[in-house]
Design a protein. Structure first.
Length: 480
């Protein structure tokens, strides 16, 4: 994932003072009304949904301005629709999620007593948002934060200037500042934000920055959910139709020009299938993006990312790899920061493309003779945010699920597990910790509070001191 806590200067006192005042305002509002009703939470969710619907086109335009060019259709598909539809899902489930949970009681000690688990709001949740899907990764978490009855402060990326200003300008007409505030990165805001004593902090971004955020949050013993990234592989097995695998992998890989934490980072193929996969890619990609300057194809977010990707291609090429652009015409355009979809063959094991998350429109293909090679290679590195096995053999799929740990899995496709409203989303190991989406998202932003209700008569009264023969007989019965 890209870095999203920019300018990590701890000396930004004005930023810290503004943030601290906002947190104090929201915390006071939480204490005044700590447990919103079902009706109040539904109203918040409906208001958030209405904001998205009211500003759908403006959100698309702001994101495109931040990118230089971001496909409107991709924004609608990957950001606007999931946020609107996700709220609709939560509205249907929320009453059930909020119900107290019955738990069992040991009748021998606590005859007549009751146990319940009450999901209650934590208070104020901080959200640090990356630039790659800034509407999805701010408003979808807010869905679960509001469903759990909390208030929120949201820090946007420095690469989301236009969007941040739109949210800061328009959102107060929908939510008061004691409920929701957005903040722009103006220098020093990121680290100051992560140092605040939130009741929970959600960070999406790179592992390197995630470590710094977690260290800052640890000073306040603030619990964190980290959504990071990694080298998510597709694993195409010999039994799966190669053309279908190519169509699906290529769509996900070049969506948003590869700038997705759960994109296919690289693909494993049987050695004998690599040439055919390349030929399929050469046929497929020009039908989707006839030329580099099509508005359907998204720009690289900034100059630094653009140069990083070109340098990675140059390094692989200079070290003997075969670099294959998949569109006619130029391989890249500096003026628009667009890089054509590429496939890379025979990249060295220690090359940047095979050792670091790519986060761009470059797909290395790796050959294998046996699945053991793939399993051992993936397990030798950090645990990825996702794996994508392609096989129609149930035992083969289960083998890969059992032997390769990852944050999530999409079988016979890629990315789409993230779009399932009733599945938790999150990483494992270096790809992150904690979950949101689904009921797990509601639980993440709730305190699942255990409550014991004593009966009118307490059986434990028999064990009050001074201890005598009755206590001895009771304890003998309990420990037999």
């Amino acid at each position: 994932m890209p870095d999203v806590v920019e300018n990590m200067d701890l000396s930004s006192k004005p930023a810290h003072a503004e943030l601290a005042a906002a947190l104090a305002l929201q915390h006071a509002a939480y204490l005044a009304r700590p447990v919103p009703t079902l009706a109040e939470r539904k109203r918040d969710l409906q208001t958030l949904q209405r904001f998205i619907q009211d500003h759908k086109e403006a959100l698309c335009e702001a994101i495109s301005a931040d990118y230089g060019n971001r496909s409107r259709h991709e924004t609608l598909l990957a950001e606007i629709f999931p946020a609107i539809d996700g709220i609709a899902h939560v509205l249907k489930q929320l009453k059930k999620w909020m119900k107290p949970q019955r738990r069992g009681v040991d009748w021998r000690n606590f005859l007549g007593a009751r146990n319940r688990v009450l999901p209650q709001p934590l208070g104020v949740v901080g959200v640090i948002v990356p630039w790659n899907f800034p509407v999805n990764l701010s408003l979808v978490p807010l869905t679960y934060i509001f469903a759990a009855g909390n208030r929120a402060m949201v820090k946007m990326s420095e690469n989301s200037r236009h969007l941040a200003r739109l949210l800061i300008e328009k959102m107060p007409a929908y939510f008061p500042p004691e409920k929701l505030q957005f903040f722009e990165e103006t220098g020093g805001v990121g680290m100051a934000f992560s140092q605040l004593p939130f009741d929970h902090l959600l960070f999406t971004g790179s592992g390197q920055t995630g470590r710094a955020v977690m260290a800052a949050a640890a000073r306040n013993l603030c619990p964190v959910t980290l959504e990071l990234g990694g080298k998510a592989p597709a694993i195409v097995c010999a039994d799966f139709p190669l053309r279908t695998a190519a169509e699906r992998i290529l769509f996900v890989k070049y969506l948003n020009a590869g700038q997705i934490c759960t994109s296919v980072d690289h693909a494993w193929l049987p050695e004998a299938s690599i040439a055919a996969f390349v030929e399929h890619a050469r046929q497929i990609m020009p039908t989707r993006y006839p030329r580099l300057d099509t508005p359907d194809y998204t720009s690289i977010i900034d100059e630094a990312a653009f140069e990083r990707l070109l340098q990675a291609l140059d390094e692989a090429r200079e070290r003997g790899a075969q670099v294959i652009p998949l569109l006619p015409g130029p391989a890249y355009d500096r003026a628009t920061r667009k890089i054509a979809p590429h496939i890379v063959l025979d990249a060295p094991e220690d090359s940047v493309l095979l050792t670091r998350e790519i986060f761009g429109p470059i797909l290395p293909l790796r050959g294998y003779a046996t699945l053991d090679t793939v399993i051992d290679s993936i397990n030798a590195g950090p645990r990825p945010l996702a794996i994508y096995p392609f096989s129609n053999q149930a035992d083969t799929v289960q083998l890969l699920i059992d032997t390769v740990m990852s944050g999530g899995v999409s079988v016979n496709d890629a990315l789409y597990h993230v779009g399932q409203h009733d599945l938790p989303f999150g990483g494992v190991g270096e790809s992150g910790m904690g979950h949101y989406h689904g009921v797990e998202g509601f639980h993440t932003f709730s305190k699942l509070r255990p409550v014991f209700y004593q009966a009118r008569y307490s059986a434990l009264k028999l064990l009050w001191p001074p201890y005598g023969q009755l206590a001895s007989r009771v304890l003998a019965f309990l420990t037999r």
